[in-house]
Design a protein around this ligand. Structure first.
Ligand code: UD2
Ligand code: MN
Length: 538
């Protein structure tokens, strides 16, 4: 099933009409499956389940190594053809979307894919899915940008491999620049008038490109992004998901989050574009001139993170519209953590401070509130401020009021900070999953241990400001959507946290050695006493 170099080159010559004979090349490609029969592993988006216990010693080593290097199951990916089939033509989304008519004046796109140490088969599947599933007249080129990779397969073998592919250009940064400057290198060489940015571990579905380009043909100020379907990091299974959500953000870390979508326009159907206050950042299309006008990305941002918020805010504030396009599907391998490390650690906070300083006006304090450390050296943002001034964009208050309406502004809080037990050095900590709250050692830096109490007694975490905590007698404290009802009373002596709705009175309580938060009848034990930082009762 695996093909050697000669076969691969022959394969590509027939696939992509190349005539050059590179059969005598000495480059050795890592093994991969170019094509496999319809019932081959992973075909039609099926997952490949690996039973680790049945692997030989050598395969077991490869399996472990694949996980270690990529934080996904490279061993499973290597079993799957880099040109596997995806066919969702029997699905409702595909049937409905196939009926849509797209504008004839769509422009061809330059697709830019940046990568750092991407797995061979995963990168190849990315490239082939773009080539195979984009109408040729709408694909100007694919620019792949190697951002300082150190893995051998990304050196000569990759250069050789893509040299046999039509429309694909390989660029390399001179050192690891981070995805923001790597994308800017791709942008600087793009010849198309529309740009599409993609991650390097994706798979485009049939029909992915047209609905994106159609939105830009409609208006150069539309910035569309596809439905991002999950490619399983364990089995590489892939199925299209149902339209449900649009992007928003959290004050904590200033990161992207999904929010459910409700249209108040009855003429809008399930598969029509949905306005999205933010974009996840990896996969989107944008008119090149509009991108340039917006000052592209902030090239002083390093490594990873923050660039998606900058672009989201400024698109909306400067005349544009971000949309999710339910008829465009692209799969992406989601991971909880990335194996890619930056020389000086995570740059997310530094990048986000740059965004906040330039774009968020006085609202930036709600982001800064959520961490207790100093801003530190975030570089010079004067150029970016001048850019904003020149663009004469709307302000952040307008954006929150008219676009990111779901984002709760903890404006009327009377207390904020950590909620610390008086019995032990432990604090309330939000896990970020369904509003779940735990008792953990106080870490003193805010974030998931940063809380607000509003003037009506609602307690909200900086992690999920739309959730409120209520006591569910006899034991639990549960998170519910905030409805403006009366919440908790922080007693005059600033110790007890009493549920204002309870008779007899119920108090917030920690328990020795346990990490769950409870609500019990008030008894003034030290485990019911709390210090809420920054007590600023008006
Ligand atoms: C999401 C975005 C990602 C980016 C990021 C915030 C999606 C699906 N992905 O995280 O595109 O907007 O949020 O910054 O929306 N890379 C480099 N150099 C680096 C680091 C990464 O080239 O120093 C490449 C990497 O190989 C990948 C892409 O940039 O192709 C994005 O990185 P990621 O996949 O680790 O980010 P992700 O999907 O967790
Ligand atoms: Mn990614």
């Amino acid at each position: 099933m695996y093909f050697d170099l000669k076969h691969v080159i022959r394969q590509k010559q027939t696939l992509f009409g190349k005539t050059e004979d590179s059969r005598r090349s000495e480059v050795v490609f890592p093994p991969f499956v170019a094509d496999s029969p319809p019932d081959g592993p992973g075909e039609f988006g099926h997952g490949v389940i690996i039973d680790e216990t049945s692997l030989s010693e050598e395969d077991s080593r490869k399996f472990k190594d694949g996980w270690k290097k990529n934080f996904f199951n490279q061993y499973a990916s290597d079993k799957i053809s880099v040109r596997r089939r995806i066919d969702e033509s029997d699905k409702d989304w595909f049937k409905q979307c196939s009926k849509k008519k797209y504008r004839p004046d769509m422009r061809a796109a330059s697709v830019i894919v940046c990568f750092h140490n991407e797995a061979w088969t995963v990168l190849l599947r990315t490239i082939h899915s773009i080539l195979d599933r984009s109408p040729p007249h709408l694909l100007k080129e694919i620019i792949i940008v190697d951002d300082g990779s150190t893995m051998d397969h990304l050196k000569e073998p990759l250069a050789k491999y893509v040299s046999a592919l039509d429309k694909v250009t390989l660029l390399r940064t001179s050192q690891m620049e981070g995805l923001i400057r790597a994308r800017l290198l791709g942008y600087s060489k793009a010849t198309g008038s529309v740009l599409v940015f993609l991650d390097s571990h994706i798979e485009c579905f049939p029909g992915w490109l047209e609905p994106l380009l159609d939105r830009i043909a409609e208006s150069p100020y539309n910035v569309p992004y596809p439905m991002i379907d999950a490619i399983s990091k364990r089995s590489f299974s892939l199925k299209a998901i149902h339209p449900c959500c649009v992007g928003t953000f959290k004050w904590m870390f200033l990161v992207f989050a999904w929010a459910s979508y409700h249209s108040d326009d009855p003429t809008k159907g399930l598969y029509d574009p949905m306005k999205s206050p933010t974009m996840p950042g990896g996969l989107f299309a944008i008119d090149k001139d509009y991108f340039a006008k917006l000052g592209t990305y902030d090239d002083q941002m390093n490594h990873w993170g923050g660039e998606n918020m900058e672009l989201s805010f400024k698109v909306w504030m400067c005349n544009g519209t971000i949309e999710v396009i339910p008829c465009s599907h692209v799969g992406h391998v989601f991971r909880d953590q990335s194996p890619i490390k930056w020389k000086t650690g995570s740059q997310l906070v530094r990048n986000s401070i740059r965004v906040a300083e330039v774009w968020m006006d006085s609202y930036r304090k709600y982001y800064y509130d959520t961490f207790h450390s100093k801003l530190g050296d975030y570089g010079d943002v004067s150029e970016r401020k001048l850019l904003r001034k020149r663009l004469k964009c709307k302000d952040f208050g307008w954006y929150l009021k008219n676009v990111a309406k779901e984002v709760q502004i903890p404006e009327n809080h009377i207390i904020s900070g950590e909620i610390r037990s008086m019995a032990a050095p432990v604090c309330l900590e939000s896990t970020g999953v369904g509003g779940h709250v735990m008792i953990k050692p106080c870490h003193g830096v805010g974030y998931d241990q940063h809380w607000y109490m509003l003037d009506n007694g609602e307690i909200r975490s900086a992690h999920q400001t739309s959730l409120c905590y209520v006591s569910e007698t006899p034991v639990l404290v549960a998170a519910k959507s905030c409805r403006g009802e009366k919440g908790w009373i922080y007693t005059q002596d600033k110790t007890l946290m009493v549920d204002s709705n309870s008779v007899p009175q119920i108090c917030l309580q920690a328990s020795p050695g346990k990490d769950s938060l409870t609500a019990k009848p008030c008894n003034s034990s030290p485990w019911q006493k709390w210090i809420f930082e920054n007590y600023v009762k008006k």
